[in-house]
Design a protein around this ligand. Structure first.
Ligand code: ZN
Length: 95
């Protein structure tokens, strides 16, 4: 890859540029689980951050979208279980 600051060719896995010392995407793109939790708690934020970061910070963006999808799946499961309980309750009451 190339340094965003000075344009020098640097190894793909380096944390900063050897030429000018500018931090690379590797340093910023930590893919922290905090972003996964954010996506779970505030799904819309996870979705927005995914589109903002998918090119510059692919690892972090992935955590955001996984958090978003987890929140969506949990919400769907919650409503399915809720619906089944209502149906069971109605059946038991002979409705
Ligand atoms: Zn540089």
């Amino acid at each position: 890859m190339f340094c965003k600051n000075c344009g020098k060719d640097i190894p793909d896995n380096s944390m900063s540029c050897q030429n000018c010392g500018a931090p690379t995407n590797n340093q910023l793109d930590t893919g922290s689980n905090g972003w996964f939790l954010l996506g779970c708690c505030i799904p819309i934020a996870g979705l927005i951050l995914y589109f903002v970061w998918k090119d510059q910070k692919p690892k972090t963006a992935k955590k955001c979208i996984i958090g978003f999808l987890t929140a969506i799946i949990l919400t769907v499961i919650f409503y399915v279980v809720y619906f089944l309980l209502i149906m069971m309750g109605a059946a038991m009451m002979g409705i």
